[in-house]
Design a protein around this ligand. Sequence first.
Ligand code: BES
Ligand code: ZN
Length: 621
Amino acid sequence: MKSTLNIFLLASIALLFANCNNETKNEETATETTEHIMDTHSYAQPDKAVMTHLSLDLKADFAIKQISGTATYDIRVAEGADQLILDSKDLDIQKVTVDGKEVAFTLGEVKEIFGQPLSIPVSEKSKKVVITYATSPSAEALQWLNPSQTAGKVYPYLFTQGQAILTRTWIPIQDSPGIRITYDAKVAAPENLMAVMSASNPQGKNGTGVYSFKMEQPIPPYLIALAIGDLEFKSVGKRTGVYSEPSMIASCAFELSDMENMVEAAEALYGPYKWDRYDVIVLPPSFPFGGMENPRLTFATPTIIAGDKSLVALIAHELAHSWSGNLVTNATWNDFWLNEGFTVYFESRIMEALYGKSYAAMLTSLGYQGLVESVEDLDEKDTHLFLDLAGRNPDDGMTDIAYEKGAHFLMMLENTVGRQKFDAFLKAYFNDHQFQSMTTEKFVAYLKANLLEPNGVEVNIDEWIYGPGLPDNCPVVSSERFDAVSEQATAFIAGKSAATLKTEAWTTHEWLHFIKAMPYTLAIGQMEDLDKAFGFTNSGNREIQAAWYKLAIYQGYGKKIVPAIRSFLVEVGRRKFLTPLYSAMIESGMKDEAKSIYQEARPNYHSVSYNTLDDLFAKAN
Ligand code: BES
Ligand code: ZN
């Protein structure tokens, strides 16, 4: 008995040494050994056959709104498996070869949200799959803009939006965030335009329109991105810069002049930036989001170009995703809070480092207000951090719950163990799981083992993650700057005239807090007084405009400023602004105006926005 035990012990020690020697190797092959988690939003069966590298050779044809060419995959097939299954939606699959031989592929049943599975016969020995395909003019990821929808009005423009499950509408792919690939691409665009991707990028036009790209770090498919337009580049720091149309490049570079400092602040918090360069492309106003964290190249809305750098928290947010989301990725869309909650927390820490505690406190306070409203509005089951989105569009999970309840959960943890320990924990978390996907369950185990147990603390994790609403220990950040604003708001509501309010040195966020503090019961005269004193209707700041128009519509002043609301909605395609404004009109006697504006504006919107709004109008009828 004793000797067998000794032998066992010796063997274990030998194994341990062998493991140590292999450590670096294990790290390099980490993606190869990843166990894949069931993702109900993808047809892929990565445990049977999985892609490891993608090579694109594509042409963008603006005349017929079509991307066409080949997607070549390196694949790895498990023992006994005989099929590679990819996601595809609205794609014209023309030909498939496996290791040079044409094969008979099948396309399965079409499902409205998910598209259809593309099954390709393979064997254990199969290495390379080439798919020849073309996109449809209505591909949901793509927005093809006419020259009139750009700043320059001369050239057309194209951009993609992959998250959450739209990449499958422009590339046949295993479209699950739990799968990672490296990629390279050759893209042929019209010769006077420039193409950029979530990869190594050109910094000037080359006159041919043909550009090559490489992304050498493994990324999930939703982060593959492409934009083509009349673009110019301007450096703002040693590894940071901005792309935009030429007429906007100077104002964009001015607005985003703090990017290099942001990268440095982020690194000081949670470790080295692993993606080489960090650039931002400021897109035309129809971009449906504020920002999208495409690696190496954040895609951003031009509505953050306010002229006074007051909306740059959005850049801190997208930059933070370079750790939370792009380095450590939610394994499925049910784990979305691991991307966004961590990112909102991290964003706030970057903003605090650059602009101080009082600034960050205003952002957090605005976030908390939104969170409380969302908890009231949403179905109880959608207020859990860990979601069950099976059968639903993962877009449904894009609420303040993932973002703000997630961030407040991390703030609660920080408060419990102290900032120093919490920062060390987060830094190790990003480092230990880099280029891997993360499930909620795995995070909870890591949190217990590496933060809670070592510090002997117990917290109500299950209530936060698997329960509804806001637990009692949800931190509430107060803001003295907002308290001062609230005082002025109260005085105004009670009858003080707008011109006599103390508003010196107010920044965008103070103005937003002020507008949001106004009740819908204000008299029309008071609305006119505010507008005369502060010029909200014609503000150059899109956030202020959106908040003011919403108040105006609910209060009854909206009918007086219809032309301003119309031109805002026709020009701007950012969904976060559109949904509240159209809803407000539908709910408060401006349904006819809403319909008429939507009819004019809809052709300018990306599918992400018009799909949401089509639903909204369908429900309103
Ligand atoms: N990754 C998101 C955008 C997204 C989420 C697109 C889910 C598709 C599906 C991005 O990082 C984001 O959160 N953008 C926010 C801005 C941010 C400052 C809260 C936005 O677009 O409003
Ligand atoms: Zn985000």
